[in-house]
Design a protein around this ligand. Structure first.
Ligand SMILES: NC(=O)c1ccc[n+]([C@@H]2O[C@H](COP(=O)([O-])OP(=O)(O)OC[C@H]3O[C@@H](n4cnc5c(N)ncnc54)[C@H](OP(=O)(O)O)[C@@H]3O)[C@@H](O)[C@H]2O)c1
Length: 250
């Protein structure tokens, strides 16, 4: 059985990806930050379709905890799958939201850059030691990295860094036949930005109107692409950033 690690598997895109991988018979180690109950529900749903899953707590904003997280991961791989390695990594977890440049605080900037870039960077450094040669990594970036909305400069820059790093990592890990790609979603109906779409449903139609295919994305739209990108179907694809947006701002 293949085993995947997904950060931020308690909600949104990460949850949909964990469920899709479980349906395909892949074992899933997912992480949560605050939503432990959501993570446990995802674990149960995966077990119901016959795959194994576990949930671990992770705070990407605290890289000093990553060695301990890697130790816990190794213990869970051994306990649940009788393995010392895993096959797939999805760096999905992240934080969103806006703050205009003129009012930007260092605290907000650091939260964005650490959670969305420094965290995945150093977490991957620790975890890739446990990854099987020939494995696959997908980083969840954003089409905000290309710069289009006032107030999203720190978020967009954190995702641009993630996308750029994807190419460097693909080059370094190619010697181990590990593929590294990114996906860049357009707007997706999740809790990102402290539940912005729930609090402001009026945001949805204008975004759908700017999307060629006429709606905003659903988490499952991303999950299908991420799971295929991880699999051998895309075995000759590395160092790519694939926009998954239904043609947002086309
Ligand atoms: N939704 C969109 O429109 C959109 C567009 C482009 C890119 N993206 C990207 O897609 C990815 C997934 O976001 P989503 O839209 O699915 O949002 P979401 O529903 O808010 O999920 C975010 C996930 O990240 C976890 N997380 C938050 N802070 C964390 C931290 N400090 N350490 C570890 N994990 C943390 C959350 O865990 P808990 O819930 O357990 O706290 C949750 O599982 C993000 O990287 C986001 O930037 C989203």
């Amino acid at each position: 059985m293949k085993v995947a690690i997904i950060t931020g598997g308690s909600n949104g895109i990460g949850k949909a990806t964990a469920l899709e991988l479980g349906r395909r018979g892949v074992g899933v180690l997912l992480t949560y930050h605050s939503n432990e109950r959501g993570a446990r529900d995802v674990v149960r749903s995966i077990e119901l379709v016959g795959a194994a899953a576990v949930a671990l707590k992770l705070d990407l904003a605290r890289p000093a905890t990553f060695d301990e997280f890697a130790r816990s991961t190794a213990l869970e791989l051994e306990r649940v799958w009788k393995r010392s390695t895993f096959d797939y990594l999805v760096n999905n977890a992240g934080v969103g939201g806006g703050m205009v440049f003129s009012e930007m605080t260092e605290e907000y900037f650091d939260r964005m850059l650490t959670t969305n870039f420094k965290g995945p960077f150093f977490l991957t450094q620790r975890l890739v030691r446990l990854m099987e040669d020939g494995g696959s990594i997908v980083n969840v970036s954003s089409n905000a990295s290309r710069g289009s909305f006032v107030g999203y400069s720190a978020y967009g820059a954190s995702k641009a860094a993630l996308t750029s790093w994807t190419r460097y990592l693909a080059k370094e890990l190619a010697a181990r036949r590990i593929r590294v790609n990114a996906v860049s979603p357009g707007p997706v109906r999740t809790n990102l930005g402290d539940g912005a779409f729930d609090k402001h449903p009026e945001y949805i139609k204008p975004l759908a109107d700017q999307t060629a295919l006429g709606r905003i994305g659903e988490p499952e739209d991303l999950a299908k692409v991420i799971t295929n990108l991880l699999s051998d179907t895309f075995g000759w694809v590395t160092a790519q950033d694939i926009e998954v947006s239904g043609g947002f701002l086309l």
